[in-house]
Design a protein around this ligand. Sequence first.
Ligand SMILES: *Cc1c(COP(=O)(O)O)cnc(C)c1O
Length: 415
Amino acid sequence: MMKEIKEKLISLKGEGLFREIKDIDKLEGKHIWMEGNKYLDFSSSNYIGFRDDRRIIDAAKDALEKYGMGSGASRVVVGTASLYKELEELIASEKKKEAALIFNSGYDANLGIISTIIGKNDVVFCDKLNHASIYDGIRLSGAKMIRFRHNDMKDLENKLRMFRKGYKRALIVVDSVFSMDGDKANLVEIVRLKEKYDVTLMIDEAHGGGVLGEEGLGLAEELGILEAIDINMGTFSKAYGSQGAYVAASKEIIDYLINHCRSLVYTTSMPPVVVGASLEAMKLTKNEKERRDHLKYLGDYLRSRLNEAEIDTLESTTQIVPVVVGDNDETLGLSVFLKDHGIMAPAIRKPTVTTPRIRISLSSNHSKEDIDFLVETVLEYTNRKRSKKDKVIKWVKNVLHKTHNQEKKDKKNIQ
Ligand SMILES: *Cc1c(COP(=O)(O)O)cnc(C)c1O
């Protein structure tokens, strides 16, 4: 076995795709400190600045004092601090569902929920760009997976028409905001289709929660369709600046999960200190409309400046903005160039995505001037690339021109 592992590692390194976990020295506001340097941070999902919000830290401290550190065992075995119940009731009422349940992470939630509510004789319709945890949940369930083209409602309907009838239970599952492209699911149309074809709908609001909607409840709130979502899942690990995940649904679905969901039953529950932080974050988001509006403004401004310079931002309409500048190497080159100029923004390359890009995560902590600095640094890189490319093209043209003239001369001489 070791031989295969070693070979795989060598080939990863050869392709420049080997990953290492880097040390972060400090995180504060919109900055990140690494390897002794300070960077303007466009890499974190700290969308509304909750990561180091005093009010949330204080709530966590209170929970820590009251309940201690560990939670001791699975919730199903010994029960959990009343903080859990308070958070679950708050989520259920805000998401307009009968009940809710907390998970230790978004990954645990998707893996457990999907593999519990559907099985071998069922079918799942899955957007191609859904998060990896959704894919893993479907695979674990043993259900038939039908992938539809990203956000393509015609393709989804065709596939529903073709495959829905042959299966007992059916599920459509989509990210509400897609984590690499920053575009929104076409939820209104999906709701129409799920009703027409009698399918259960599950959404993952990991990147919509805290960010979209008047009260920050996500895309379903923004579109006014909270009631139409059967299973509303999301995480506390992104905008809420905490850790863990939730699902809101009917009382029956939640009871069923409590009894059968293995990623809930067979794991020690999250420490109350984290639940205390999530609860406070959930309460506070309602009143952070100003931060949300500022975040939206920053996204629109960044896209308009980049698009003006003919830099593609794909279909992004949110706080996640892909910046497309070329192939894997060119994209990695830009990431290094940004870092050299004090900006942290990751290159996301093939095979993770089909179109290599720099993935910008905006935060309400950023200012318009931060965006200007980012754009100008990106442009400096692309202009240099362009002028280098122009030079090469000029040189090639020149050479071709010379050979052409030489050929003409040669021909003349022969004649
Ligand atoms: C991050 C993320 C998850 C996983 O959540 P964790 O709490 O980090 O495990 C699930 N779904 C989506 C869409 C995500 O972006």
